[in-house]
Design a protein around this ligand. Structure first.
Ligand SMILES: NC(=O)c1ccc[n+]([C@@H]2O[C@H](COP(=O)([O-])OP(=O)(O)OC[C@H]3O[C@@H](n4cnc5c(N)ncnc54)[C@H](O)[C@@H]3O)[C@@H](O)[C@H]2O)c1
Length: 300
């Protein structure tokens, strides 16, 4: 393949963007991390430094490897800094309008050969790619959380995405140590099409009082050997992301089996988004302990 990917511009320095940036700088790539303000970005960088420090103390990397990785990370609150990047990976909010406005702006900043990738969990690649000058260079690169640990990269080929662009995404996935699968551009792709309805169903079981938070999580862990139960998993990934994915699935298919449960909607309305807001199906304490959210102790 002709194209070399050395400089990545990551849009969104939240949970996923920080994980993608950490993984890429550790793999030897240069990353500019972008978010709405330098205050957010300084926090993201401090988080990445903490994660790398942990890796040093566990003997997974040396102090000098850690310092070299951090030296490959730049921060910028200005999308214009994307000029010259080989690859853009967008990990901002799961909202089509937000993603489209970011890529419309980037399309005017970057050259036509730049590969544009979105980490969307569910939104149509065709819809986001419709705003860029060269949609053949647009692809889904769907990472899993926590990005440094999870081995999968789900590549999503939009109707206009070229095979060369898919091959570049696969090559980058390989550099980042990921195993790649390729999905067609269909609502929620392969993995979330299976996962998110299952989590929505788990929330429905809780809402109907069929099982408690603990019963539902223990059921999946001990009955099916899942490493985490569905409710603790979505507390980690973000309950707002679950609602966004179910809304896309429901709107795109019109199938009532994908209707988000009322409890899911109400939790997002209450800003009970999981670990990131300190409260979801569990409440997270500063000392690292957690307990079931007392407001979700429905009686059977
Ligand atoms: N959380 C997961 O497990 C997971 C897994 C795979 C994919 N995703 C997808 O990754 C994306 C990000 O999810 P997250 O969990 O990291 O969310 P998050 O809320 O932790 O982070 C989003 C970040 O984007 C920033 N942002 C918002 N608008 C922006 C803009 N216009 N320009 C630049 N930055 C902007 C926010 O300030 C925030 O820091 C979403 O599309 C989500 O669906 C999430």
């Amino acid at each position: 393949m002709k194209m070399k990917i050395e400089n990545i511009f990551v849009v969104g320095g939240g949970f996923m963007g920080s994980g993608i940036a950490q993984t890429a700088i550790t793999a030897g790539l240069n990353v500019t991390l972008n978010d709405l303000s330098m205050t957010v970005l300084e926090k993201s960088k401090a988080g990445i430094e903490r994660m790398l420090d942990k890796n040093v103390s566990k003997g997974k990397m040396t102090e000098s490897e850690r310092n070299e990785a951090i030296a490959r990370l730049s921060l910028s609150a200005d999308l214009k800094s994307a000029v010259g990047a080989d690859l853009i990976i967008e990990a901002a909010l799961e909202k089509a309008e937000v993603k489209k406005s970011i890529f419309a702006e980037l399309s005017g900043i970057c050259g036509e050969d730049t590969v544009f990738a979105t980490n969307t969990s569910s939104i149509s690649i065709a819809e986001i790619a419709s705003v860029v000058k060269n949609p053949s260079r647009f692809v889904g690169m769907h990472f899993f959380s926590p990005v440094p640990l999870m081995k999968l990269l789900e590549i999503v080929k939009g109707i206009a995405t070229s095979q060369e662009t898919v091959d570049i995404a696969k090559m980058v996935g390989g550099v980042l140590g990921k195993t790649c699968i390729v999905s067609k551009d269909s609502p929620a792709f392969i993995v979330n099409r299976m996962l998110d309805p299952m989590i929505n169903e788990a929330i429905g079981l809780l809402e109907a009082g069929i099982g408690t938070v603990e019963d539902i999580d223990i059921g999946m862990k001990y009955g099916l050997n899942h490493p985490m139960g569905p409710l603790e998993l979505i507390d980690m990934a973000g309950i707002d992301i679950e609602l966004a994915v179910m809304e896309v699935l429901f709107a795109e298919t019109g199938d009532s089996k994908y209707r988000p449960t009322g409890l899911l909607r109400n939790m997002v309305r209450m800003n009970w988004l999981g670990k990131k807001t300190g409260k979801g199906f569990y409440v997270y304490h500063e000392d690292g302990t957690r307990e079931v959210n007392p407001d979700l102790r429905f009686s059977k």
